[in-house]
Design a protein. Structure first.
Length: 158
């Protein structure tokens, strides 16, 4: 038992020594902890900010987070209506990702799990594969479509 305790204390000592060396050689790794413990540090919960390389808020380059995840809609883009065969529904929005529908090989973003932007509706995502649907959505720069931007956008059975 005495030997096991000696090894545990030796490993603990090595761990503490490594932490102290890292603290003095790379103090920026501990800046997040410092910010959390600083009573004057305040993260504005009403705004979303991109994170910089060291996981601190980079307030000099604040851009909407939505632009990082959702396709950009070109300026002046007009909504389009098309009909096709419902092929697939992805449910990534249940885990803060993207829910999407595939209609005639066209990708339509239906919901992003973390955003609160105005979005249209998908009346019944449980419709059978092969069902004819009508889509009213905005085209994006990547060639996909999105229901974001208006409550009037939709995917519905016809």
């Amino acid at each position: 038992m005495n030997k096991v305790l000696k090894y545990i204390l030796m490993l603990l000592g090595i761990f503490v020594l490594a932490a102290v060396l890292v603290f003095f050689l790379k103090p920026e790794l501990f800046s997040t902890v410092k910010n959390v413990l600083d009573p004057n540090f305040r993260l504005d919960n009403d705004a979303e900010f991109p994170l910089s390389n060291n996981n601190l808020i980079d307030r000099d380059s604040v851009e909407p987070v939505v632009a990082l995840y959702q396709d950009i809609v070109p300026e002046g883009a007009e909504p389009v209506t098309f009909r096709g065969v419902f092929q697939e529904y992805g449910t990534g929005c249940f885990a803060d990702g993207e829910c999407y529908a595939i209609v005639d090989d066209k990708h339509i973003t239906t919901i992003l799990g973390w955003t609160q932007e105005v979005v249209g509706s998908f009346e019944n995502p449980d419709i059978p594969i092969g069902t004819q649907v009508e889509v009213y959505a905005l085209p994006t720069e990547s060639g996909k479509y999105t229901l974001y931007g208006s409550q009037d956008f939709y995917i519905k059975e016809i």
